[in-house]
Write a protein that binds this ligand. Structure first.
Ligand SMILES: *[C@@H]1O[C@H](CO)[C@@H](O)[C@H](O)[C@H]1NC(C)=O
Ligand SMILES: *[C@@H]1O[C@H](CO)[C@@H](O)[C@H](O)[C@H]1NC(C)=O
Ligand SMILES: *[C@@H]1O[C@H](CO)[C@@H](O)[C@H](O)[C@H]1NC(C)=O
Ligand SMILES: *[C@@H]1O[C@H](CO)[C@@H](O)[C@H](O)[C@H]1NC(C)=O
Length: 433
């Protein structure tokens, strides 16, 4: 018996993620790695109740992958639609190893009826090469996706991501409509290019896009575009830091042709709700010779931390501003400023304790020994000690002054407050004697 052929039957069938074409008795099916593919096998009248199967390679008995009468398998399944006389074998979890030659078989006496099947398995992530695009936030981005002349009348579409298999289902726009939200699509058949446009892009629009051309036969064809949407502008985006009580100068370079423009610095999380600042602690300075506008903030406060924007162009056109992230450290004073008084303090305390013990002893001795003659001596010593104390306190104050002016912070205050307490407590103690 000769192989039953489907020569007369030539059709195309696209189901879900796979496509099939038969021509001259060959059924071509395409699938994506990880996906599944349906292999539709039409058969002639009279064979409705015959056993059908799908086999691989040479179709030896071990090559049969699924049969209508066989056991169920996870990777393969089979359905027979006897009304339309098409049985469908489904192969899931596709891998490259599944690609190749198969046969649709109808079991009968004598030679079975076979139809050849070619399965092609493609990688699902598109593509190794891509068109790279850069843009600024709020801009309108357009890119052209070229296609072959055979595809002139086919549906064109755009999707996000790199998965070809789901691109059409998840299309942002297709060529049957001109606009969908912020997306536009224009198919220029003469140039064999379709132009996709995204208006008012944001940073979240960054990423991969696929331009898809739908093909009735075979898998759709794609071109990949990688879009990077940069922060609204940023000639410069920088970080600066200062310390409480200190000062900081923010420098904002501007294009030389802006020298006659008004320049300003404003503050806020977003340049659009950026508030101006009028405070005597801010000193602006424009240096047209070096095309730098600078603002010095003195007596920094913790609340000065934040995002600042400098602009020289009132139009806020992209690219002509500086964004400065200012941080104000309210931590402990510089180690040297802190350690020196601390060391001095400890030394002074130690000295005082020694001196005091010694003097206390002496005073007691004097009081005991020279009870009548030297009654004036202790007060003299007390005064002297008092002077020492004040002198020592001045040292602390020096430290305190030096740092107090810079560290407008409660924590620092309390440290020195405690220091004061130490002296204050000691003085009355001593004065009592
Ligand atoms: C595909 O896209 C995903 C997420 O966008 C990404 O993680 C992955 O690396 C991409 N794969 C390729 C091959 O480009
Ligand atoms: C093309 O887009 C239109 C409008 O968004 C939609 O109704 C239609 O289903 C899409 N066509 C395909 C094939 O996805
Ligand atoms: C652009 O998009 C942003 C955020 O999505 C929106 O606030 C702004 O009004 C839009 N601008 C225009 C011109 O549509
Ligand atoms: C913005 O800055 C760039 C680079 O300094 C300059 O070439 C451009 O002319 C500026 N734009 C405007 C509107 O001045």
């Amino acid at each position: 018996m000769r192989m039953w052929s489907l020569q007369s039957l030539s059709f195309t069938l696209c189901i879900a993620l796979s496509c099939v074409t038969t021509a001259a008795g060959l059924i071509r099916v395409y699938g994506y790695e990880g996906g599944e593919v349906d292999v539709p096998c039409p058969y002639g009248e009279g064979y409705e109740f015959y056993v059908k199967y799908l086999c691989k390679n040479n179709c030896a008995s071990e090559d049969v992958v699924i049969m209508t009468t066989g056991a169920k398998k996870s990777k393969y399944s089979i359905k027979d639609d006897q009304t339309s006389r098409v049985f469908t074998a489904t192969i899931s979890d596709l891998s490259h190893a599944d690609a190749g030659k198969y046969w649709c078989g109808v079991e009968r006496n004598g030679k079975d009826i076979y139809t050849e099947v070619k399965l092609q398995v493609e990688q699902d992530t598109c593509c190794d090469q891509s068109i790279k695009l850069q843009s600024n936030e709020e801009a309108t981005v357009s890119f052209g996706c070229p296609y072959e002349s055979v595809d002139q009348n086919n549906l064109k579409y755009i999707c996000r991501g790199n998965l070809s298999s789901t691109c059409l289902q998840q299309a942002l726009i297709n060529s049957t409509s001109q606009q969908n939200g912020k997306f536009r699509l224009h198919d220029d058949r003469r140039l064999k290019t379709f132009k996709a446009t995204i208006i008012n892009v944001t940073q979240t629009d960054s990423g991969r896009y696929l331009c898809g051309v739908h093909r009735d036969a075979g898998l759709d064809v794609f071109t990949a575009v990688d879009l990077q949407v940069k922060e609204w502008c940023c000639v410069k985006s920088k970080k600066q830091s200062g310390t409480v009580g200190g000062q900081v100068t923010m420098r904002c370079p501007y294009p030389p042709q802006h020298k006659n423009y008004r320049k300003f610095l404003c503050r806020g999380g977003h340049r659009k709700n950026c508030a101006g600042m009028v405070t005597s602690r801010f000193t602006p300075q424009d240096n047209p010779a070096s095309s730098i506008f600078s603002v010095t903030i003195k007596e920094l406060k913790p609340g000065d931390a934040g995002t600042y924007w400098c602009v020289s162009d009132p139009q806020w056109s992209a690219g002509n501003y500086t964004k400065i992230q200012l941080s104000v450290d309210a931590t402990v004073p510089h180690p040297v400023v802190f350690i020196v008084p601390a060391v001095l303090l400890i030394l002074t305390l130690a000295a005082l304790v020694l001196v005091y013990k010694y003097k206390c002893h002496k005073v007691q001795e004097a009081t005991v020994v020279n009870n009548s003659n030297k009654t004036e001596a202790p007060p003299a010593e007390k005064v002297m000690d008092g002077e020492d104390l004040y002198a020592n306190q001045d040292v602390v104050h020096w430290g305190q002054d030096a740092s107090y002016g810079h560290y407008d912070d409660a924590g620092e205050d309390s440290v020195y407050q405690n220091t004061d307490d130490i002296y204050c407590n000691q003085f009355p103690m001593k004065a009592k004697r």
